[in-house]
Design a protein around this ligand. Structure first.
Ligand code: SF4
Length: 114
C-alpha cells in the first residue's frame, strides 16, 4: 500500500463546505477512488495557506516529524481546480515547487466526489 501526503487548499478547508479535510480526499485514498490508483495510506494532510509560501516548509515539517517519507504527494481537487481560482498560483506551479524541493512525485487532484 502506498503512503501518501495530501495538500488541501486552506481557503476551502477553512470555509467548511466541501472541505478537503472532511472526507472526500480521505475516502478516495481509502478506497483507491479518483486519482488514487490503489487504496492508499494517508500519512500527512497539510494545509496550504494564502499566499502558498507555507506549502514546502509545512510538508517538510510533516515528513520530518512523522519520520515518514510519502511515496506520492497529492494536491487536493479543490486546490487544483478552485472556483474562483487561486490568485497565487496554479496547481501545476505548486506541484513543480513541491516536486523540486522534496523529490517526490506530485499528483494533481484527489477525487471526483461532489
Ligand atoms: S494560496 Fe491558493 S491554494 Fe493556497 S490556500 Fe490560498 S487560495 Fe488555496
Amino acid at each position: 500500500m502506498k503512503k501518501v501526503a495530501v495538500v488541501g487548499c486552506g481557503a476551502y478547508m477553512d470555509s467548511g463546505y466541501g472541505c478537503p479535510g472532511e472526507w472526500r480526499c480521505l475516502k478516495a485514498a481509502a478506497l483507491g477512488d479518483g486519482k488514487f490508483e490503489e487504496p492508499s495510506q494517508v500519512v500527512a494532510f497539510v494545509k496550504c495557506e494564502c499566499p502558498g509560501r507555507t506549502i514546502v516548509p509545512n510538508m517538510g515539517m510533516a515528513m520530518k516529524l512523522s519520520e515518514i517519507k510519502p511515496d506520492l504527494i497529492y494536491l487536493s481537487s479543490c486546490l487544483v481546480n478552485p472556483k474562483p481560482g487561486c490568485p497565487y498560483g496554479t496547481g501545476e506551479e505548486f506541484a513543480e515547487i513541491l516536486e523540486s524541493s522534496t523529490g517526490i512525485k506530485v499528483i494533481l487532484g484527489t477525487h471526483d466526489y461532489h
